[in-house]
Design a binder for this molecule. Structure first.
Ligand code: GLA
Length: 700
């Protein structure tokens, strides 16, 4: 044990740990400090209470009750009721470059705990924790989470609600005394998953305020919390919910909790978004490092289960004319899958739907200059399938009980190596026999009774899907995988390492999508989120929206089309082509810059988009979601550019001019400084509700 203080930094995020009072404390998590800062134990503050009989800490990293901490401990475990209250002596507190290791040992409870903090760059730390059973009896782990203390000025939290078709709706709360605990038991993160949980200073908005974020790199059952104990100490937590008995450690065995990512920004919600986006983008195999994101057409909303070759040929031809680069054949091509009641599990091309097989169609798609993608839902099985008839015991279940069906299907037990291998081989055979560049991998129901041989198995099931994706990509280099789960039910910081794209939501209607995308992009960069233009009248809401608004909404992601374009008018097709060209011209910019959101005083209006990191350009979408309150359009400002620099500003209409638009002269082009843009602004054109336009800004 060399130093009392260890410190690592990542971007503008610094973590300082102190080894004092027999335990390791977080001395600071937040803005980067001066390099020659003199740390001092008095920084820990709060060691006395009004009533001298209170035990007030500091309590240490692992929040042991044995030190008098009355909040939720990091580790909750026992050996048949014994050794339930560990007290860890610090046996290692060391640092190698940007990595701090803290090891605790309890000789009496015979437990070892390790917490490792690693700077992964771009403003994030990864926290990896491991507990080892050094004793004889089995150790049952109930909870093993990552907790980090927050400063007292973190007084608000943000996480998300959500349901099918309405993913990630933000909810802000004041942090009050007690524990605000969010647990997911769906066996997947779910529609309401907070990709990262946020704590904020008062009135934090998109541009201002301090934000502390914690997210787990895992796609199983999530767990997030914020706790304020009677001492006033507040902490944030992320982990995975462990089912009873899911983790039982024999002598010498260890459990590694899913890693957590801790971020900090002093630049509001956009600042923390940028931290996550830039970290995801810095990875070696980030999809945009390989090539620009291909414009996609998915046939689902065009044909559903009705796979007729003539119709699909026609769709492919029109798609190619528009400029689509990847065509995806969705559900319905395999086994007896003519509707959603049968066939899941039988991954061979249906001779009924595809008498000549898929290859002639794939060749046609390829000859039109597009690559081909195919839908799978490999973790699932319909009772009415050859697979289920042969292996009814291959599903997740408890005892003789068959779980309730969800969407007429059950979940295969991927911890069962035979079931896993069977699916791996059947999917591999399809990929081997066809020219498939991309798969959309779905997961359309929650896990109920998730057991392998009667033991809870969400963690092993989750690791198995990672293994499946990794093996498929190893076998078929260049294959891209989209993670879909009834839309956005499996979008998280674990899956970003195994899938290259997420289907953001089954809600393809643009008005609803505005909000879903705005917040799903909180931690996931737009190039990983599928955003498709669907039909004039939405299949989900029956609301009709003009192409202008649908196009603008679908532009800022991995763009595509989910619409029977054989029914589109000639004018609509021309506009779609213009839109496709616009996307292709600008996608590299939109998939690399800083994502910004500017809330407007009239909340019918919203501006969002991308500003180049060197502030030389911006592409922003101005949208009117509803009618505005005033009779004339308000002005808007664009902060975040170089104040002293001159910029050309103009409007663009890649999918047509909004209805009833009363355009302003500046929309043709105006030159102003970054300072004038930030302080004076421009008067917006008056536009119809449910419409929008693009603001293009480039340095003069
Ligand atoms: C899920 C997906 C859809 C589509 C259907 C096919 O609902 O989210 O996009 O693939 O399954 O059954």
């Amino acid at each position: 044990m060399t130093s009392k203080y260890l410190s690592i930094a990542s971007g503008n995020n610094q973590l300082v740990l102190a080894n004092h009072f027999g335990s390791v404390q977080v001395l600071h998590w937040g803005a980067k400090l001066s390099p020659d800062e003199q740390f001092d134990p008095s920084w820990l503050g709060q060691v006395r209470a009004e009533n001298d009989s209170d035990i007030t800490g500091p309590f240490g990293l692992w929040r042991e009750n044995s030190r008098g901490h009355t909040g939720r401990p990091s580790l909750i475990a026992h050996r048949a009721g014994l050794d339930f209250s560990p007290k860890f002596a610090v046996v290692e507190f060391s640092q190698t470059e940007e990595r701090i290791l803290v090891v605790g040992n309890d000789e009496s409870a015979q437990l070892e705990i390790r917490s490792e903090f690693v700077s992964v760059g771009q403003g994030l730390f990864r926290v990896a924790q491991k507990v080892t059973n050094l004793g004889e009896g089995d150790l049952v782990i109930n909870d093993f989470d990552c907790w980090l203390p927050l400063p007292v000025r973190a007084v608000e939290s943000m996480d998300f609600g959500g349901k099918w078709g309405k993913e990630r709706q933000p909810q802000r709360r004041d942090i009050q005394f007690g524990l605000w605990l969010r647990e997911g038991r769906e066996g997947r993160p779910g529609f309401d998953h907070s990709v990262a949980k946020l704590a904020m200073t008062r009135n934090t908005d998109f541009q201002t305020g301090e934000v502390w974020a914690l997210g787990i790199e895992f796609s199983g059952n999530p767990k997030y919390g914020i706790e304020k104990t009677p001492t006033g100490a507040t902490s944030i937590m992320a982990g995975t919910l462990l089912l009873p008995g899911e983790i039982i450690l024999g002598h010498g065995e260890s459990f590694e909790a899913p890693t957590a990512l801790a971020g900090y920004s002093s630049e509001g919600l956009d600042g923390i978004t940028s931290v996550f986006h830039e970290w995801i983008r810095a990875r070696q195999d980030h999809p945009t490092k390989i090539r620009p994101r291909p414009l996609t057409l998915n046939v689902w909303e065009a044909v559903y289960f009705d796979h007729r070759r003539d119709k699909l040929d026609q769709l492919a031809e029109i798609a190619a004319e528009i400029g689509v680069e990847r065509l995806v054949l969705d559900d319905g091509w395999f086994g007896a899958r003519r509707d959603d009641k049968r066939g899941l599990g039988d991954w061979f091309v249906s001779s009924d739907a595809w008498p000549d097989g898929l290859n002639p169609f794939i060749e046609k798609v390829n000859s039109l200059g597009m690559e081909f993608g195919l839908w799978f839902e490999g973790e699932m099985v319909n009772a009415d399938s050859d697979l289920y008839r042969a292996h009814p015991d291959w599903i997740l279940h408890v005892g003789d009980r068959v779980p309730p069906e969800g969407r007429n299907q059950q979940v295969l037990d991927f911890t069962n190596q035979e079931a896993f291998d069977f699916i791996l081989e059947s999917v591999s055979k399809v990929l081997k026999d066809h020219n498939i560049a991309y798969i959309k991998w779905d997961h359309n129901r929650i896990l109920v009774d998730p057991a392998h041989q009667n033991r809870p198995s969400v963690i092993s099931q989750t690791k198995a899907i990672y293994r499946m994706f990794d093996l498929l990509r190893e076998r078929f280099p260049g294959l891209e995988i989209e993670s879909c789960s009834s839309g956005g039910g499996r979008i998280d910081l674990g899956m970003v390492h195994h899938a290259q794209r997420f289907w953001t939501s089954d809600m393809t209607e643009a008005l609803e999508r505005q909000q879903i995308q705005r917040y799903t992009q909180m931690a996931i960069p737009p190039e990983m989120l599928g955003t498709h233009i669907s039909s004039f009248t939405s299949h989900q809401t029956a609301r009709s929206l003009h192409l202008n608004f649908r196009g603008i909404t679908a532009l800022f992601g991995h763009a595509g089309i989910e619409w029977d374009v054989t029914q589109a008018t000639t004018e609509e097709r021309t506009q779609l082509k213009q839109w496709a060209d616009y996307y292709k011209r600008n996608r590299e910019f939109m998939h690399s810059g800083r994502y910004v959101r500017f809330a407007q005083p009239d909340d019918a209006l919203f501006i969002s988009g991308v500003i180049a990191h060197d502030r030389s350009a911006a592409i922003l979408a101005y949208v009117a979601e509803r009618t505005i309150d005033a009779s004339t359009a308000p002005s808007f400002v664009i902060p975040g550019l170089d104040l002293g620099r001159l910029y050309h500003v103009r409007a663009a209409f890649p999918t047509g001019v909004p209805h009833h638009a009363k355009l302003q002269p500046w929309t043709q082009g105006v030159t102003m400084s970054g300072s004038a843009l930030a302080n004076v602004g421009l008067v917006a054109p008056l536009i119809a509700p449910e419409s929008g336009f693009i603001i293009e800004i480039s340095a003069a």
